[in-house]
Design a binder for this molecule. Structure first.
Ligand SMILES: *Cc1c(COP(=O)(O)O)cnc(C)c1O
Length: 393
């Protein structure tokens, strides 16, 4: 079966004007998502925001059903919020820690998550322990198993880091977490949308992700999955009249489903658009998307490897659509800017986004070229030619 890349590109307006290798920053919106969001904003302008929401209540609800289908969970285990970080925060800050409790995380952890560990460590005396990496650069599951004791209260890792193609062995971590009876929080911000993600197969209790990256949804959307059996134990750090009901002068009651982590006010057009984006992704099939993305990324790494002074920086046994590299003698920002002048989008990952990993590898910054299924082999070739001329100049 060949992938119908022609259709994918026809349905992606951005393909006409840019070579977009910044899908780890934000994927290009597909036409159906763009249309639904614009249509809803137009309706809000025409009849009023509340009235438009009432009219499209089914489209809003569909966002939950679609996400539940995508992740293999129930719609009432999904909260839709403004980004992946707030989704992650909602789960993390809902956990009750005591002095001496341990949080296990890994080397590729995302800055915002680690900053939250540090804040909670300062407040509560919780201890942060970093699971070592194995020789391939992914987290060492054997080492994790050795680290488990009765003080471990959370395993919290990033599936695919922001700064490279590494795919951490989430399901193996999930197996350890289940065996130990320890809650498992997975930052799946870069993996959802570029590969099949099944919360049952992975065995995570909480998972956070964004709409705008590999799912190609609108900006300002993110979501949290919380396993039903965990919900009771997680008191949201902030409540409002959507998350809870005020039932008496001194009494409120928190809603039982995952929407206890949401705000009342929300980006309704974004939520509807996110539902469409999930439908669009599942229409292609996440297995199919994963194969195509891996193939393109492997080709890109191969071609980049031929360019003088370029060093590929991706780690891990299994690698995905994020390709990172450095160029000897050239700053990453300079490469990014010169590519942008040629209509090519990439981004730069800096030390402060994944500090443990970058320091260990003595890297200050890497160029990040992240491919998606609508990119082509021809674009990979054109990208490498452009880079070669930049590097040579
Ligand atoms: C982008 C990213 C985030 C943050 O997502 P936001 O939607 O910007 O909050 C979290 N974790 C990882 C690994 C990321 O790459």
């Amino acid at each position: 079966m060949t992938f119908d890349v022609e259709r994918a590109r026809r349905e992606t307006p951005g393909c006409r004007t840019r070579l977009h290798f910044n899908n780890a920053g934000a994927g290009l919106l597909p036409q159906p998502v763009l249309e639904r969001v614009v249509e809803h904003l137009n309706l809000e302008a025409a009849i009023g925001g509340y009235e438009a929401a009432a009219k499209h209540a089914a489209g809003i609800e569909h966002c939950y059903t679609a996400l539940a289908g995508l992740l293999n969970c129930r719609p009432d285990e999904i909260a839709v919020v403004e980004n992946a970080t707030r989704a992650w925060d909602a789960a993390f800050y809902a956990m009750a820690f005591e002095p001496g409790d341990r949080i296990l995380t890994a080397g590729a952890e995302y800055a915002s998550n680690y900053i939250a560990y540090l804040q909670v460590a300062k407040r509560t005396g919780v201890v942060i322990d970093v699971i070592p990496d194995d020789r391939d650069g992914q987290l060492d599951v054997h080492a994790l198993r050795q680290m488990i004791d009765e003080r471990v209260k959370l395993i919290s890792i990033t599936h695919v880091p922001t700064n490279g193609g590494l795919v951490n062995p989430a399901a193996e971590v999930g197996a350890v977490a289940r065996e130990a009876g320890v809650p498992f929080l997975l930052d799946a911000c870069q993996s959802v949308g570029q590969m099949a993600i099944d919360v049952e197969a992975i065995g995570c209790d909480m998972l956070s992700a964004t709409g705008r990256k590999y799912l190609r949804g609108p900006r300002g959307t993110g979501f949290l999955y919380v396993r039903a059996s965990m919900l009771e134990r997680l008191e949201p750090p902030m409540l409002d009249l959507h998350a809870a009901s005020w039932i008496g002068r001194d009494e409120y009651c928190i809603r039982p489903d995952a929407r206890r982590f949401e705000n009342w006010e929300t980006n309704v057009a974004g939520k509807i658009g996110l539902g469409v984006a999930v439908d669009y992704a599942t229409g292609w099939g996440l297995e199919t998307i994963g194969r195509r993305v891996d193939c393109l990324a492997a080709l890109l790494r191969r071609e980049l490897g031929r360019i003088r002074r370029v060093t590929i920086r991706d780690l891990g046994r299994r690698r995905c659509g994020i390709v990172t590299f450095t160029v000897a003698g050239k700053e990453a920002e300079c490469i990014r800017r010169k590519l942008a002048e040629r209509g090519i989008n990439v981004s730069v990952s800096r030390r402060g986004s994944t500090l443990l990993d970058m320091d260990r590898r003595r890297l200050d910054e890497v160029v990040r070229a992240s491919v998606h299924y609508y990119n082509t082999e021809e674009e990979v070739g054109r990208f490498c030619e452009s880079l070669e001329s930049i590097v040579g100049s």
